[in-house]
Design a protein around this ligand. Structure first.
Ligand code: PMP
Length: 313
């Protein structure tokens, strides 16, 4: 991985190796952090890098911080500026995965809700063809955390211990990814991505009250299914055995983008190959995120300011 030159801390560009928080901070002692993972897509014809749905990510961060009772004086607008300044400061002119994290720092105890430091970083991640992204998944024996105890709606680093249990078990058993069921035994999501299955031509996904993170990518794909293909995505409970009966299945998320799942518990999904719906949806999505398709300009924030699609909010 090529390192960025700078990481942003509260808007200040700090050399990569000097971006630190203390080992006794609540962020480390209690996992007191809430974060976002975003993507930025390069369009060579436009000479522009577009951050995908930055506002929606920042609003989700704000909601997560509210639920966890963090205190800060800074605003969504400021966070957006800090993220964009960090990318410009590093002059990233290629596809990137971005992280934006609110860490509770200082030396507080379990009840600490401030001070909060906001850290923005980027990692260059070149585009990968869909064929290279296909994964084999295992239904985890570890169940998904629940809104009554550890809300999956909040994107806190602490939640990812649940994801790690399933993922590491899957890796130990020879799979690439884990799929989690809720406490009630319905399909929830992957450790770092939501799930959409296609059964008898109907794209179907668990509801936002079904033990999932309210994914920005999931919402975008639901919208593109409708606008590009005239298909309504059904949001409902999904049984485990429907994963085996599905024609197509894929993970979706900022990091996973569209990641085809070609088998579950060693049973092939459909033909065991990447399906036609997954392929056309990915193409439609990629065209939009890169601005090759100029619909949804409000989803793309140009980093360097050259394009006409600049958002004003
Ligand atoms: N679920 C989980 C548990 C995740 O970590 C992510 C990644 N943020 C997602 C779903 C997908 O969310 P998004 O599309 O907003 O990245």
């Amino acid at each position: 991985m090529a390192r960025s030159k700078f990481i942003s801390m509260d808007g200040k560009l700090v050399p990569y190796d000097e971006a630190r928080i203390h080992v006794l901070s609540p962020a480390l002692k209690y996992g007191a952090n809430v974060f976002e993972g975003l993507r930025a897509y390069w369009n060579a014809d436009h000479g522009e890098l577009y951050v995908f749905r930055m506002r929606e990510h920042m609003v989700r961060l704000q909601q997560g911080m509210k639920i966890m009772r963090y205190k800060t004086q800074s605003s969504v607008e400021q966070w957006e500026r800090w993220l964009l300044d960090m990318i410009r400061g590093n002059d990233h002119r290629t596809d990137c995965h971005l992280r934006f994290t609110a860490f509770v720092t200082g030396e507080g105890f379990m009840d600490a809700v401030e001070p909060v430091v906001f850290v923005a970083s980027a990692e260059e991640r070149p585009a990968k063809p869909l064929e290279q992204k296909a994964v084999k998944a295992q239904v985890a024996t570890w169940r998904r955390i629940d809104d009554s105890s550890m809300p999956p709606r909040v994107k806190t680093g602490a939640n990812y211990s649940n994801a790690r249990l399933g993922l590491l078990q899957a890796r130990a058993d020879g799979y690439n990814e884990a799929i989690f069921l809720t406490q009630a035994g319905k399909v929830a999501e992957g450790g770092g991505a939501c799930l959409i299955m296609v059964r008898d031509g109907v794209p179907t996904t668990p509801m936002v009250t079904g033990g999932i993170l309210e994914s920005v990518t999931r919402a975008s794909l639901i919208s593109l299914f409708q606008s590009k293909f005239g298909t309504k995505v059904v949001e409902r409970d999904i049984d485990r055995t429907e994963l085996y009966a599905a024609d197509e299945l894929f993970f979706c998320g900022s990091a996973y983008e569209v990641t085809p799942v070609t088998s579950v518990d060693r049973l092939p999904v459909g033909t065991g190959e990447i399906g036609p719906v997954t392929k056309s949806l990915w193409k439609a999505f990629e065209d939009v995120v890169r601005g090759r398709d100029n619909s949804h300009p409000e989803w793309r924030t140009p980093v360097f300011g050259g394009a006409s699609a600049r958002r004003t909010t």
